[in-house]
Structures are given as C-alpha cells and as structure tokens.
Design a protein around this ligand. Structure first.
Ligand code: E4P
Length: 219
C-alpha cells in the first residue's frame, strides 16, 4: 500500500520524506491557501522532495481552462499528477490529459458510479473522500469497499488506483489497507500517529531501565 501525505507544508513534507515511508503527496486549493505559499513554487519544491506522484489541482471549472491549467501544472516536474474535480468537464479533461500521458487524480468522489466513470476516463487515481462522508452520517469506508470490488471485476480495463482521501485517523488507514485500497493520503499527524502505541512507550522504558542497571554499553 502506498502512503501519500495530504499537505502543502514543504517543511513537513521534507521531514516526513526523509523517513523513506512517503510515496507521494496530495494537495488541494485549501491546503495551498493554508500554507500561504505560491502554488507553482511550492509545487516544484514538493515534487523534488518525493519520488512519487504529487497531486496539484486545477481551479478552472470548464474544460478548456482545466486543460490549459493541467498542461501548465504537468510541466512543473515529471512526477506531477494533475488533480481534476469529478464533474463532467473534469472527466473529459481527464480523458484528454491521460491520453497525453499525464498522471491524473480525479478528486471529490462520493459515490461508486463516479469512480466507475473516472476509471473509464483513464484516471491514474480516484480519490473517494471517506472523512467527509462520515461527517454527513454515511459510511465512508463502504464506498472504498464498493469501488475496490468494482475495479477488481474488470482488471484488464479499469486500472485506476483507489486513493483513499479525507482520511482523518489511524482507523481509516487500517480499514483502507484491509479493503485492499492501493493508496491512502493522510495529514502528517495521522502518519506519525500510525507509529504510536502507549504499550510501545511503556515497554521501551522498561527495557531501557533494565539495560541501564547492567552498566553495559553497545558502543
Ligand atoms: C486529498 O486529496 C483531499 O483533498 C483531502 O484528503 C481532503 O481532506 P479533508 O476532507 O480532510 O479536507
């Protein structure tokens, strides 16, 4: 399973990427606004920090604008993945950009039929938003289960990877992995939280106390 981080904070990405555990990055216009950075500059910097795809989202809402913005973003670096909203124009732009060899992440997916269309349109990734579905009282993870099942029925033609987005905590990550999603994108805190357990801290403290009592040193 691939781990992407969902942030436009370049320092945070650099820190986490040094762990070797980060496969890519997702950004969106809200995350860019939160970072206070120039989108194109930050995008270039992020692309240099991680080996894998960096999703950069268009803000145009009509086909021509999406294509123009997508082509400009695609030139930022070889690992840019153009992010397009799941609208009719977004799907048409997806088909065109995918045919040009550009990586495409189709975002704001909230039902399985949308995911089917994105795969038909040649998307590299589909981003179903689990946390936002949970927020409105629906079962976000059921959508992941449905999409994974549907794509698995057509392995020769639907090659889009399921990128679990809007993941809010460790349980979303574990459940996404259980269901066989290809990728999960998480805020930096969630990636760090994955390493934590109070029993790990307690066990380590006990080991170190006992080791200290031996008076030995390894180095
Ligand atoms: C990632 O591609 C999405 O934009 C992001 O995960 C949305 O997360 P949120 O619902 O927590 O804003």
């Amino acid at each position: 399973m691939k781990f992407f981080i969902d942030t436009a904070d370049v320092a945070e990405i650099a820190d986490l990427a040094s762990s070797g555990l980060v496969d890519g990055v997702t950004t969106n216009p809200s995350l860019i606004a939160k970072s206070g950075r120039n989108f194109l500059e930050a995008g270039r910097e992020i692309c240099a920090l991680v080996p894998g795809p960096v999703s950069a989202e268009v803000t145009a809402v009509h086909l021509d604008g999406m294509l123009a913005e997508g082509r400009k973003l695609a030139k930022l670096a070889p690992n840019v993945c153009v992010k397009l909203p799941l609208t009719w124009d977004g799907l048409k732009a997806c088909r065109a950009l995918a045919d040009e060899g550009t990586l495409v992440n189709v975002t704001l997916c909230f039902q399985a039929g949308q995911a089917l269309l994105a795969a038909k349109a040649g998307a590299t990734f589909i981003s179903p938003f689990v946390g936002r579905l949970d927020d409105i009282g629906q079962e976000g993870m059921q959508l992941i289960s449905d999409i994974v099942e549907i794509y698995r029925n057509y392995p020769a033609t639907l090659r889009t990877e399921v990128l679990v987005a809007s993941a809010r905590g460790v349980n979303h990550v574990i459940e996404a992995a259980r269901l066989g999603a290809h990728v999960v994108t998480v805020p930096p805190k969630v990636l760090r939280d994955l390493a934590l357990h109070p029993m790990t801290d307690k066990g380590l403290a006990a080991f170190l106390k006992d080791w200290e009592a031996t008076g030995q040193r390894i180095l």
